[in-house]
Ligand binder design. Structure first.
Ligand SMILES: Cc1ncc(COP(=O)(O)O)c(C=O)c1O
Length: 386
């Protein structure tokens, strides 16, 4: 490996939301950012831009758009035209504004729960109503309940479906068959798909991410695909995402909302970082995925050997691991209190992801193996003390 992800970097007192919100000796494994240094080329691109010493409004150029177009074609076989790409600071603001663009108050938006919790607020912020299509846990993996999806879409005259692919928190990378079935249902019922693909690059070897819009033009015409280098390359603080919309009417609607909110000139360091990451970050990414797989195997083996009351739902993508903690026999509040105050580890509480999340916790494993081991030892000792 060229990169050393075992290197422990002190992130305390860096204004990090992950590390600086709690003062006690707690290992933070909650919010989705990584404890790894980004590729050198990204650091250099930011330094070069900083050296210019003038930081006025930005205008992305051909090289910027080419870096996005080439990345998605090379890594995902997703062929994008330049005019489909819209800058937005983040994917969460984008999901909020896409819902605003595609609905009117009172409309129904379907979410596949448990799911990334800001989706709920994005629906509610726009005066819309959430309709739930609960995912089904079959043996050890989650699946879409298509009968329920069809019925809910029809009964509620649903306007928008927010797809999470790869899915946070359950870790599924939806297959082509699943996406085709979902897309055909949406076409039949005039449902627009907002496909949040922010985790698309972080997929384990045996799996393959397929962008919803890349499957066929009919799907591209009913969808907006949210992408960003932020999860992939650990750049969340740079606030740069790309929202891909092939359909002219949908794109115009989104563009109008962006304009209403005064969003037009990208973050100056964000665009430099995006371009460098997409152009030069491929080896770093391949190695980070390998390291994460090592962490995942370590976590899985440690838990099955030493903390068998916990059960891992094996993720196909993302560095977020969904853990069934119901074997500890605690309610949601007790469970979180136990991990935080007894074990000294900070995870995301399962219930915040909506129905089906109670009794689960979401663990971010994008840290050094040493820190992961320390967290597991703490949990093992706390469980033994129960
Ligand atoms: C599915 C999903 N969408 C969006 C985000 C955050 O996007 P952003 O930081 O670009 O707003 C996350 C972060 O964890 C996420 O998991």
């Amino acid at each position: 490996m060229k990169y050393d992800f075992d290197k422990v970097i002190d992130r305390k007192n860096t204004r990090s939301v992950k590390w600086d919100l709690k003062k006690k000796d707690i290992i933070p494994m909650w919010v989705a950012d990584m404890d790894f240094e980004v590729p050198d080329e990204v650091v250099q691109a930011i330094k070069n831009r900083a050296e210019h010493k003038i930081y006025g409004y930005t205008a992305p150029d051909k090289e910027y758009y080419d870096s996005i177009i080439n990345w998605f074609e090379r890594r995902h076989g997703f062929v994008i035209k330049k005019e489909w790409i819209n800058y937005c600071p983040g994917v969460v603001p984008a999901v909020n504004m896409l819902i605003r663009a595609f609905t009117k108050p009172g409309d129904k938006v379907i979410l596949q729960v448990p799911v990334y919790h800001p989706f709920f607020t994005a629906v509610e912020n726009n005066g819309c109503e959430v309709v739930e299509n609960p995912l089904k846990l079959t043996e050890d993996k989650y699946e879409i309940d298509f009968e329920d999806l069809e019925k809910k879409i029809e009964d509620n005259k649903v306007k928008v479906l927010v797809l999470c692919n790869p899915h946070n928190p359950v870790g599924r990378v939806w297959t082509k068959e699943e996406l085709v079935r979902l897309g055909e249902l949406c076409i039949k019922n005039n449902v627009i798909v907002i496909s949040d693909e922010i985790h698309c690059d972080l997929v384990y070897k045996e799996y393959n991410h397929i962008s919803f819009a890349s499957i066929k033009d009919d799907f591209a015409q009913i969808s907006a695909v949210c992408t960003a280098p932020s999860k992939t390359f650990n750049l969340a603080g740079l606030q740069t995402s790309s929202i891909i919309i092939a359909n002219n009417d949908l794109r115009k609607k989104f563009f109008d909302v962006l304009e209403d909110n005064g969003i037009w000139a990208p973050n100056i360091f964000g665009i430099e970082a995006l371009e460098a990451a997409y152009n030069y970050g491929e080896q770093w990414l391949d190695e980070v995925i390998e390291y994460l797989k090592g962490n995942l195997d370590f976590l899985t083996q440690y838990i099955s050997k030493n903390i068998p009351k916990l059960k891992i739902i094996k993720p196909e993508g993302t560095y977020l691991v969904w853990v069934d903690c119901r074997g500890l026999g605690m309610d949601s509040k007790e469970l979180h209190n136990f991990f935080l105050n007894k074990a000294g580890v900070w995870f995301d509480e399962g219930y915040i992801f909506g129905r089906g999340g109670e009794g689960y916790e979401r663990i971010n494993i994008a840290c050094s193996r040493k820190l992961l081991e320390e967290a597991l030892k703490r949990i093992e000792a706390a469980v033994r003390d129960l």
